[in-house]
Ligand binder design. Structure first.
Ligand code: AP5
Length: 212
Protein backbone atom coordinates (compact mmCIF):
# COMPACT_ATOMS: atom_id res chain seq x y z
CA UNK A 1 0.00 0.00 0.00
CA UNK A 2 1.31 3.40 -0.99
CA UNK A 3 0.90 6.72 0.77
CA UNK A 4 1.83 9.47 -1.68
CA UNK A 5 3.34 12.46 0.12
CA UNK A 6 2.96 15.47 -2.11
CA UNK A 7 3.40 19.22 -1.87
CA UNK A 8 5.56 22.05 -3.12
CA UNK A 9 9.36 22.06 -2.86
CA UNK A 10 10.22 22.73 0.78
CA UNK A 11 6.82 21.72 2.14
CA UNK A 12 8.51 19.24 4.49
CA UNK A 13 7.86 15.98 2.62
CA UNK A 14 11.31 14.55 3.33
CA UNK A 15 11.24 15.68 6.95
CA UNK A 16 7.84 14.10 7.60
CA UNK A 17 8.70 10.95 5.64
CA UNK A 18 11.77 10.41 7.83
CA UNK A 19 9.70 10.76 11.03
CA UNK A 20 7.06 8.38 9.66
CA UNK A 21 9.73 5.82 8.80
CA UNK A 22 11.14 6.06 12.32
CA UNK A 23 7.82 5.95 14.15
CA UNK A 24 5.30 4.16 11.97
CA UNK A 25 6.87 1.25 10.07
CA UNK A 26 6.83 2.76 6.59
CA UNK A 27 9.57 2.38 4.00
CA UNK A 28 10.40 5.63 2.22
CA UNK A 29 11.03 5.93 -1.49
CA UNK A 30 12.25 9.42 -2.40
CA UNK A 31 12.82 9.95 -6.11
CA UNK A 32 14.87 13.08 -5.34
CA UNK A 33 17.18 11.08 -3.02
CA UNK A 34 17.44 8.26 -5.60
CA UNK A 35 18.39 10.76 -8.33
CA UNK A 36 20.95 12.50 -6.10
CA UNK A 37 22.51 9.09 -5.44
CA UNK A 38 22.83 8.50 -9.19
CA UNK A 39 24.45 11.93 -9.59
CA UNK A 40 26.93 11.20 -6.78
CA UNK A 41 27.83 7.81 -8.26
CA UNK A 42 28.16 9.26 -11.78
CA UNK A 43 25.83 6.69 -13.38
CA UNK A 44 24.29 7.26 -16.84
CA UNK A 45 21.07 8.41 -15.14
CA UNK A 46 23.09 10.71 -12.89
CA UNK A 47 24.92 12.26 -15.85
CA UNK A 48 21.60 12.98 -17.55
CA UNK A 49 19.77 14.19 -14.43
CA UNK A 50 22.41 16.35 -12.68
CA UNK A 51 22.16 19.52 -14.77
CA UNK A 52 18.37 19.26 -15.07
CA UNK A 53 18.00 19.04 -11.29
CA UNK A 54 20.39 21.92 -10.72
CA UNK A 55 18.19 24.13 -12.93
CA UNK A 56 15.10 23.03 -10.95
CA UNK A 57 13.37 21.32 -13.88
CA UNK A 58 11.81 17.84 -14.00
CA UNK A 59 13.85 14.82 -15.07
CA UNK A 60 12.15 12.90 -17.98
CA UNK A 61 9.32 10.54 -17.02
CA UNK A 62 10.91 7.41 -18.53
CA UNK A 63 13.97 7.85 -16.29
CA UNK A 64 11.74 8.19 -13.25
CA UNK A 65 9.78 5.08 -14.16
CA UNK A 66 13.01 3.07 -14.31
CA UNK A 67 13.89 4.30 -10.83
CA UNK A 68 10.40 3.55 -9.55
CA UNK A 69 10.41 -0.01 -10.89
CA UNK A 70 13.86 -0.65 -9.46
CA UNK A 71 12.95 0.62 -5.99
CA UNK A 72 9.35 -0.53 -5.50
CA UNK A 73 9.88 -4.26 -5.04
CA UNK A 74 7.18 -6.94 -5.17
CA UNK A 75 5.91 -7.12 -1.58
CA UNK A 76 2.14 -6.55 -1.80
CA UNK A 77 1.71 -5.90 1.93
CA UNK A 78 4.48 -3.34 2.28
CA UNK A 79 3.69 0.13 3.67
CA UNK A 80 5.38 2.55 1.29
CA UNK A 81 5.78 6.29 1.43
CA UNK A 82 6.35 7.92 -1.94
CA UNK A 83 8.15 11.25 -1.57
CA UNK A 84 8.52 13.22 -4.81
CA UNK A 85 6.53 10.99 -7.18
CA UNK A 86 4.23 11.53 -9.04
CA UNK A 87 5.28 15.03 -10.17
CA UNK A 88 2.83 15.26 -13.09
CA UNK A 89 -0.38 13.56 -14.24
CA UNK A 90 1.47 11.23 -16.63
CA UNK A 91 3.51 9.91 -13.68
CA UNK A 92 0.32 9.46 -11.63
CA UNK A 93 -1.19 7.44 -14.48
CA UNK A 94 1.96 5.33 -14.69
CA UNK A 95 1.81 4.64 -10.96
CA UNK A 96 -1.80 3.54 -11.35
CA UNK A 97 -0.67 0.77 -13.73
CA UNK A 98 1.16 -0.83 -10.77
CA UNK A 99 -1.94 -0.82 -8.56
CA UNK A 100 -2.32 -4.59 -8.42
CA UNK A 101 0.81 -4.83 -6.25
CA UNK A 102 1.11 -1.23 -5.06
CA UNK A 103 -2.29 0.48 -4.78
CA UNK A 104 -2.30 4.14 -3.75
CA UNK A 105 -4.29 4.39 -0.50
CA UNK A 106 -4.11 8.16 -0.14
CA UNK A 107 -2.32 11.20 -1.58
CA UNK A 108 -1.46 13.56 1.26
CA UNK A 109 -0.86 17.17 0.33
CA UNK A 110 1.35 19.06 2.80
CA UNK A 111 0.04 22.59 2.35
CA UNK A 112 2.46 25.46 3.11
CA UNK A 113 2.37 29.15 2.13
CA UNK A 114 4.77 30.41 -0.55
CA UNK A 115 6.65 32.73 1.84
CA UNK A 116 7.27 29.83 4.23
CA UNK A 117 8.41 27.57 1.34
CA UNK A 118 11.00 30.14 0.24
CA UNK A 119 12.22 30.58 3.81
CA UNK A 120 12.52 26.81 4.36
CA UNK A 121 14.36 26.26 1.07
CA UNK A 122 16.76 29.19 1.39
CA UNK A 123 17.69 28.09 4.93
CA UNK A 124 17.97 24.37 4.23
CA UNK A 125 21.38 22.72 4.56
CA UNK A 126 22.12 19.06 3.87
CA UNK A 127 24.90 16.67 4.77
CA UNK A 128 26.94 15.67 1.72
CA UNK A 129 27.78 12.39 3.46
CA UNK A 130 24.56 10.89 4.85
CA UNK A 131 21.94 13.29 3.43
CA UNK A 132 20.64 14.48 6.83
CA UNK A 133 18.61 17.69 6.51
CA UNK A 134 19.04 20.84 8.61
CA UNK A 135 17.78 24.41 8.61
CA UNK A 136 19.93 27.38 9.57
CA UNK A 137 17.22 28.82 11.85
CA UNK A 138 14.82 26.05 12.91
CA UNK A 139 17.13 23.02 13.01
CA UNK A 140 20.85 23.87 12.79
CA UNK A 141 23.58 21.27 13.32
CA UNK A 142 25.24 21.47 16.77
CA UNK A 143 28.53 22.58 15.17
CA UNK A 144 28.14 24.94 12.21
CA UNK A 145 28.80 23.15 8.88
CA UNK A 146 29.28 19.70 10.48
CA UNK A 147 26.69 16.90 10.44
CA UNK A 148 25.54 15.73 13.91
CA UNK A 149 25.00 12.21 12.60
CA UNK A 150 28.12 11.40 10.56
CA UNK A 151 30.50 14.37 10.86
CA UNK A 152 30.18 15.09 7.10
CA UNK A 153 30.15 18.59 5.60
CA UNK A 154 26.78 20.36 5.77
CA UNK A 155 26.20 22.44 2.64
CA UNK A 156 23.49 24.15 0.60
CA UNK A 157 21.83 22.07 -2.13
CA UNK A 158 22.61 23.52 -5.59
CA UNK A 159 18.89 23.66 -6.38
CA UNK A 160 18.16 25.66 -3.20
CA UNK A 161 19.80 28.77 -4.69
CA UNK A 162 17.26 31.53 -5.39
CA UNK A 163 17.15 31.13 -9.20
CA UNK A 164 16.51 27.37 -9.07
CA UNK A 165 13.95 27.77 -6.26
CA UNK A 166 11.92 30.13 -8.48
CA UNK A 167 11.97 27.57 -11.32
CA UNK A 168 10.99 24.71 -8.97
CA UNK A 169 8.02 26.62 -7.56
CA UNK A 170 6.89 27.44 -11.08
CA UNK A 171 7.30 23.82 -12.22
CA UNK A 172 5.27 22.74 -9.18
CA UNK A 173 2.37 25.05 -10.07
CA UNK A 174 2.32 24.00 -13.73
CA UNK A 175 3.04 20.28 -13.48
CA UNK A 176 2.43 18.96 -9.98
CA UNK A 177 -0.60 20.91 -8.78
CA UNK A 178 -2.81 19.13 -11.38
CA UNK A 179 -1.84 15.85 -9.65
CA UNK A 180 -3.85 17.03 -6.62
CA UNK A 181 -6.98 17.24 -8.81
CA UNK A 182 -6.18 13.83 -10.29
CA UNK A 183 -6.29 12.23 -6.83
CA UNK A 184 -9.25 14.35 -5.67
CA UNK A 185 -11.31 12.96 -8.56
CA UNK A 186 -10.44 9.45 -7.40
CA UNK A 187 -11.43 10.27 -3.80
CA UNK A 188 -7.86 9.75 -2.60
CA UNK A 189 -6.83 13.35 -1.82
CA UNK A 190 -6.27 14.63 1.73
CA UNK A 191 -4.85 18.01 2.69
CA UNK A 192 -2.75 18.45 5.82
CA UNK A 193 -1.76 21.88 7.12
CA UNK A 194 2.07 21.93 6.87
CA UNK A 195 2.51 25.14 8.93
CA UNK A 196 4.11 24.98 12.37
CA UNK A 197 6.99 22.93 13.73
CA UNK A 198 7.86 19.50 12.35
CA UNK A 199 6.42 17.73 15.45
CA UNK A 200 3.14 19.61 15.19
CA UNK A 201 2.81 18.76 11.49
CA UNK A 202 3.68 15.13 12.24
CA UNK A 203 0.85 14.97 14.81
CA UNK A 204 -1.64 16.09 12.13
CA UNK A 205 -0.22 13.71 9.54
CA UNK A 206 -0.17 10.70 11.84
CA UNK A 207 -3.73 11.41 13.01
CA UNK A 208 -4.87 11.42 9.38
CA UNK A 209 -2.97 8.23 8.44
CA UNK A 210 -4.12 6.36 11.58
CA UNK A 211 -7.72 7.18 10.71
CA UNK A 212 -7.46 5.48 7.30
P1 AP5 B 1 13.17 16.50 -4.46
O1 AP5 B 1 14.36 16.12 -3.72
O2 AP5 B 1 11.95 15.63 -4.44
O3 AP5 B 1 12.85 18.01 -4.08
P2 AP5 B 1 11.47 18.78 -3.79
O4 AP5 B 1 10.19 18.12 -4.13
O5 AP5 B 1 11.70 20.07 -4.44
O6 AP5 B 1 11.36 18.73 -2.31
P3 AP5 B 1 12.43 19.17 -1.32
O7 AP5 B 1 13.36 18.04 -1.02
O8 AP5 B 1 13.07 20.45 -1.78
O9 AP5 B 1 11.54 19.60 -0.08
P4 AP5 B 1 10.76 18.75 1.00
O10 AP5 B 1 9.30 18.96 0.81
O11 AP5 B 1 11.25 17.34 1.09
O12 AP5 B 1 11.19 19.57 2.29
P5 AP5 B 1 12.21 19.20 3.47
O13 AP5 B 1 11.58 18.18 4.37
O14 AP5 B 1 13.59 18.93 2.96
O15 AP5 B 1 13.53 16.67 -6.02
C1 AP5 B 1 14.68 17.37 -6.45
C2 AP5 B 1 14.74 17.37 -7.96
O16 AP5 B 1 14.82 16.01 -8.45
C3 AP5 B 1 13.53 17.96 -8.69
O17 AP5 B 1 13.60 19.36 -8.79
C4 AP5 B 1 13.63 17.25 -10.06
O18 AP5 B 1 14.62 17.82 -10.85
C5 AP5 B 1 14.08 15.84 -9.66
N1 AP5 B 1 12.95 14.93 -9.43
C6 AP5 B 1 12.64 14.31 -8.25
N2 AP5 B 1 11.55 13.54 -8.40
C7 AP5 B 1 11.15 13.69 -9.69
C8 AP5 B 1 10.06 13.18 -10.45
N3 AP5 B 1 9.16 12.37 -9.88
N4 AP5 B 1 9.96 13.54 -11.74
C9 AP5 B 1 10.88 14.33 -12.33
N5 AP5 B 1 11.93 14.88 -11.67
C10 AP5 B 1 12.06 14.56 -10.35
O19 AP5 B 1 12.21 20.59 4.26
C11 AP5 B 1 12.76 21.76 3.68
C12 AP5 B 1 13.45 22.60 4.78
O20 AP5 B 1 12.47 23.04 5.72
C13 AP5 B 1 14.49 21.83 5.62
O21 AP5 B 1 15.53 22.70 5.94
C14 AP5 B 1 13.74 21.41 6.88
O22 AP5 B 1 14.60 21.29 8.01
C15 AP5 B 1 12.76 22.56 7.04
N6 AP5 B 1 11.48 22.14 7.59
C16 AP5 B 1 10.78 21.00 7.27
N7 AP5 B 1 9.62 20.96 7.96
C17 AP5 B 1 9.58 22.10 8.72
C18 AP5 B 1 8.64 22.65 9.63
N8 AP5 B 1 7.49 22.01 9.91
N9 AP5 B 1 8.92 23.84 10.22
C19 AP5 B 1 10.08 24.49 9.94
N10 AP5 B 1 11.03 24.03 9.10
C20 AP5 B 1 10.78 22.86 8.48
Amino acid sequence: MIVVLTGAPGAGKGTQADILVEKSGFRKLSTGDALRKHVKLGTEIGKLAGAIMERGELVPDDVLFKILRAELGTDKGELLLLDGYPRNVAQAETLATLAEVHPVKVAVHLDVSKDELVSRLSGRRVCGGCGATYHVASNPPRMSGVCDKCGGAVVQRADDKAEAVAVRLDVYEKNTRPVLDYYAKKGLYKKVDGAGGADVVFGRLKGMIDAL
